[in-house]
Design a protein around this ligand. Structure first.
Ligand code: ZN
Length: 541
């Protein structure tokens, strides 16, 4: 079979792998690229294969960076079955239409701008309705169930402990009477994550495609992360501020609700003041997702199940409120008392969280608590990295609020978690493909794998193909030529780098303004910049 890495190759987002066997063609995941503007452009690129020719696809989990281009795949002609777990299907049923809605809104904004510039309108990547329509392709199975897809292909979903319904996919492909087993880790969760079971142990693999988001680092000891979380909330409330928690609507939000519920049980009396503070989940998507969590009790671990069996809903407590309308959301900003707002998106790129940041970032008594990974280039990452000012709705906002990042909430296994999981595979893979990570992280992670298990690794680039069978894997020489769009993206990347250099230079100059010395170096720099300006005008011509 041939495996082509079409996304999450030397990046974190856009998971998409094309598998071609003697008898069929299919995808594992079809995620959206997220982050920088150049990554967003990748979503608009045509697929490098004909979607109508795909026989089926397998989806590891519902996160948009794994599922977000499914409606586009559907629009471009894919009409095959999408295999997933039941919870993944249900979560996609709300997450994909939500994503379609965001595409429509962003498209409206783009078109308004285009109209002013006298340019014709463009279509959104897909609409809310397109996403609703593609849901008919889903076919759900339970964990541990062996699915015979056709004569040559079987698959099985196993707990990945990452988000409700998330799975590690075992794939058996029979070609020329020989069976090859490839395991796709999907995103692997942290051990002991609330609500969900730990990642399942996989018996064997000929090849492993593994994520590496945190492949070079260890999570801080998270045994007291919930206590730290509660302490920060307490300190903020003492000062009369609000606590803003940018959170992924699906998964992290429910985890926080669960943790707050549990803390309330443990320390209800001691933290009485804290527990009188209203907690608002201000995201319609998070509200629907919480309902899906409540409907999929079979995914719960023992601890969460014990609550349910005792008649206690672990995703509910007094004071917890779900806001629906935009008016209810806006009303939160007019309140005079301290409140806790959990809102999406988790990286602050879209959604209601941006309003809450606008109303709270400038207030030194408020706190923003990040509880998840912040991708490079996102507003969340800028805040975590200590930005003093940020732009929100075209307005410059000073960052005076306390900014906290609590690492222990990560939905991804760290370096040790990943290595331990590989260690438990009895019959080790002959080769490991490392995906879903930032490039330098992957290099380090490959080193750890080699050191610990002496297994060969590959770090595929986008578009790389490998021919694999039970005996060997070779890199396919036929590589897709960088397309027209690829070359444009390379230019955009170069320009972004230049822009960053300029910003840095401007910062240095600003910090030295007070010294008012008109030295030779500054004059030289001015002359060089004048030259550059002339050169750029030439390019633009
Ligand atoms: Zn994920």
């Amino acid at each position: 079979m041939k495996i082509t890495f079409l996304g999450a190759a030397k990046t974190v987002t856009g998971s998409c792998y094309l598998v071609e066997t003697k008898s069929c063609k299919f995808l594992i995941d079809c995620g959206m690229f997220q982050g920088h503007s150049k990554e967003n452009l990748l979503n608009e690129e045509p697929f490098s294969f004909n979607p109508a020719e795909l026989d089926f696809m397998i989806l590891t989990h519902s996160h948009i960076d794994h599922s977000g281009r499914i409606p586009k795949l559907y629009l471009d002609g894919f009409k095959g079955t999408i295999y997933s777990t039941k919870a993944t299907k249900e979560l996609c049923g709300i997450m994909l239409p939500d994503c379609g809605h965001i595409q429509e809104m962003e498209n409206e904004w783009t078109n308004r701008k285009r109209q002013r510039a006298g340019k014709p309108p463009v279509k959104p990547l897909y609409t809310y309705q397109d996403a609703v329509d593609c849901m008919q392709l889903f076919n759900s199975s339970g964990y541990g169930e062996l699915i015979t897809i056709n004569d040559g292909i079987r698959a099985r979903f196993n707990d990945a402990g990452h988000i409700l319904g998330s799975s590690i996919v075992e794939l058996w492909v029979t070609e020329n009477g020989e069976e090859t087993k490839v395991v796709f880790s999907g995103d692997l969760g942290n051990k002991g994550i609330p609500i969900l079971r730990d990642p399942a142990v996989i018996e064997s693999a000929d090849y492993l495609v593994i994520e590496s988001t945190y492949g070079n680092r260890l999570h801080v000891d998270n045994s007291n992360k919930v206590e730290r979380f509660v302490d920060i909330i307490n300190e903020t409330i003492e000062k009369g501020g609000n606590v803003i928690i940018p959170s992924f609507a699906v998964g992290r939000t429910q985890e926080i609700i669960y943790d707050l519920h549990q803390q309330r049980e443990k320390y209800g009396e001691k933290l009485k003041k804290l527990f009188n503070i209203p907690v608002f989940v201000d995201s319609p998507l998070a509200t629907s997702a919480t309902q899906i969590f409540r409907n999929n009790l079979d995914c719960y671990d023992e601890e969460a199940r014990a609550y349910v069996e005792n008649g206690d809903n672990p995703l509910e407590f007094p004071g917890l409120q779900f806001t629906q309308s935009p008016d209810e959301s806006r009303a939160l900003n007019d309140r005079q008392d301290s409140i806790i707002i959990i809102s999406a998106s988790g990286m602050c790129e879209a959604g209601r969280i941006k309003h809450h940041l606008k109303h709270n970032l400038w207030r030194k008594e408020s706190t923003v608590i990040f509880v998840g990974y912040q991708a490079v280039g996102t507003l969340g990452r800028k805040l975590v990295d200590g930005a003093k000012k940020v732009k929100l709705f075209g307005e410059e906002i000073s960052v005076n609020a306390r900014i906290e990042m609590i690492d222990g909430f990560s939905g991804h296994a760290d370096k040790n978690g990943l290595l331990e999981w590989i260690g438990k595979i009895s019959k080790k893979p002959r080769k490991i493909f490392i995906v879903h990570g930032e490039e330098e992280v992957m290099g380090e992670f490959a080193g750890f794998i080699h050191e610990k298990f002496n297994i060969e690794t590959e770090i595929p680039s986008k578009g790389d193909s490998y021919l694999v069978n039970a005996r060997r894997a070779v890199e396919s020489l036929e590589k897709a030529e960088p397309s027209y769009q690829f070359r444009r993206l390379a230019i955009i990347e170069l320009m972004e780098t230049l822009k960053e250099e300029f910003d840095e230079l401007a910062e240095i100059l600003k910090s030295e303004l007070k010294q008012e010395k008109d030295d030779l170096e500054v004059d030289e720099l001015k002359a060089k910049l004048k030259g550059l300006e002339k050169y750029m005008i030439d390019i633009l011509k």
